[in-house]
Write a protein that binds this ligand. Structure first.
Ligand SMILES: NC(=O)c1ccc[n+]([C@@H]2O[C@H](COP(=O)([O-])OP(=O)(O)OC[C@H]3O[C@@H](n4cnc5c(N)ncnc54)[C@H](O)[C@@H]3O)[C@@H](O)[C@H]2O)c1
Length: 429
């Protein structure tokens, strides 16, 4: 059968040709001199096909990662500062992203959503939908490959590193998690910055790095002796940053901001503080006040009424989140290559827990039930900042120092978002 059909008509083409079949066919055809004129064009075509096969075979396999298509986020654009905001789905990071976007920065948020809210990202995306303003990347900063890829694929000018687990009590229960998440992840971010030549870092640190200083107010010169894994992990991260910034190779602009107790939310009600329900037990005093006012918890537990303070309850320095993010923008604008700035960010004024609770009752209009308990181990009587250095060097002063007003603003958001950023139906389901 096969020889007869070969003599009467040209061989049938197989449905799908392999490269070797094409090559043998070329050889068969070129040896048949009688059919030469008709076959010339076929020879040329098949030679081209063969060449294409060779080219395809020498290309990298198609499953390999193709270089990403350039975007507005992957190029440095003159006059536009592109800031990577880690932890931008969280409370402070989302407020910082909002302020940066309002000030015409280009923003990339990286967050693993372990504690932040996709609702905060959506709120920001709705406010700034234009191309090249805001992108969100869900990734874990503990994953070196992911971190490196993010830096390789984006043209950052600066990093604001907020991402962290951030509860003192939880840190004593899960210390290793804290050292990993805070210290080791900061090292990864720093390495990626070094590799990809990103020269400006604004780092979120905390007054917890000071521990229990004997003298108040706390200045930047106050010795740092943190007393819990959270404070220690942040202090270690600071040390790593400082050592790197001292090395000749780095030439980085570094600003380390040590925040005191952050309260409040966006005055225009676009963002708020919405920790996961399971984290409430570790949460901040403002969250507990609002939960009590909303009836989510029966009341407030104030621990310790016999401290050496004017009314016997602990004294803290409460800084409004709007003022705090303003300090970040000022720090970013004043950051200088090869220089490190370390600043306390607080009001300079201590407020007692009793004062705070009274302000919260007034702001919510709810007569929150308060129960008093003995002191909690590890709590210190008074902590408040001396903000003279940041006033002087960055021209920053806390503007929103009325506790009642900060709490009123935050309460407005809380009332309108009883289930946080989740849609209200989520409560029913
Ligand atoms: N809230 C305060 O009173 C206060 C005081 C001092 C310092 N700080 C510091 O400010 C920063 C922000 O705190 P916050 O109150 O907004 O906390 P938050 O929990 O609301 O936000 C932290 C964000 O980081 C993200 N995150 C955590 N680990 C991550 C990881 N491995 N990879 C990617 N994303 C990760 C979380 O999902 C969350 O969105 C923290 O560094 C914290 O230590 C906060």
């Amino acid at each position: 059968m096969l020889p007869a059909s070969r003599g009467s008509r040209p061989p049938q083409r197989p449905a799908s040709r392999s490269c070797s079949a094409s090559l043998s066919e070329i050889m068969d055809l070129s040896s048949d001199t009688k059919r030469k004129p008709r076959c010339v064009s076929k020879v040329v075509m098949l030679a081209l096909l063969a060449a294409m096969c060779v080219v395809m075979l020498t290309q990298p396999p198609c499953h390999r990662r193709q270089p990403p298509t350039p975007t507005l986020f992957s190029i440095h654009e003159r006059g536009i500062t592109h800031v990577l905001v880690t932890g931008g789905a969280g409370y402070i990071g989302s407020h910082a992203a909002l302020r940066l976007l309002k000030d015409s920065f280009r923003v990339t948020i990286v967050d693993n959503l372990s504690r932040g809210n996709i609702g905060a990202i959506k709120a920001l995306q709705n406010l700034f939908p234009e191309p090249g303003r805001l992108q969100f990347i869900q990734a874990d900063l503990g994953d070196p490959e992911a971190v490196n890829r993010i830096f390789a694929e984006n043209a950052f000018d600066a990093v604001m590193h907020f991402a962290a687990v951030a509860y003192v009590g939880e840190s004593t229960l899960e210390p290793l998690r804290y050292y990993h998440n805070i210290t080791a992840n900061t090292l990864l971010v720093l390495e990626a910055m070094a590799t990809h030549n990103v020269k400006t870092l604004i780092y979120s640190s905390t007054c917890a790095t000071y521990g229990e200083p004997e003298k108040m107010p706390i200045t930047e010169e106050t010795p740092q002796f943190p007393i819990n894994p959270y404070g220690k992990a942040k202090k270690m991260a600071e040390d790593i940053i400082l050592d790197f910034s001292k090395s000749k190779k780095s030439d980085m602009a570094v600003m380390i901001l040590r925040y005191f107790n952050v309260i409040g939310s966006d005055p225009e009600g676009r963002l708020g503080e919405a920790p996961r329900p399971e984290l409430r037990e570790h949460g901040h005093i403002s969250g507990a006040c609002f939960d009590a006012a909303l009836g989510i918890i029966p009341g407030l537990k104030v621990k310790g009424t016999d401290y050496e303070t004017p009314d016997g309850t602990c004294v803290r320095d409460y800084i409004d989140v709007t003022d705090l993010v303003d300090a970040h923008v000022k720090a970013l604008n004043k950051a200088q290559r090869g220089r490190v700035g370390i600043y306390n960010v607080g009001t300079g004024k201590g407020r007692s827990v009793k004062e705070f609770v009274d302000a919260c009752k007034k702001a919510t209009g709810v007569d929150i039930k308060v129960d008093y308990f003995p002191r909690r181990a590890g709590d210190y009587a008074e902590v408040y900042s001396d903000p003279a250095k940041i006033n002087r060097e960055l021209n920053w002063t806390a503007q929103r120092t009325d506790l009642h007003e900060s709490l009123r603003v935050a309460w407005t958001w809380q009332k309108a978002h009883r289930s946080g950023y989740e849609p209200p139906q989520a409560m029913i389901l």
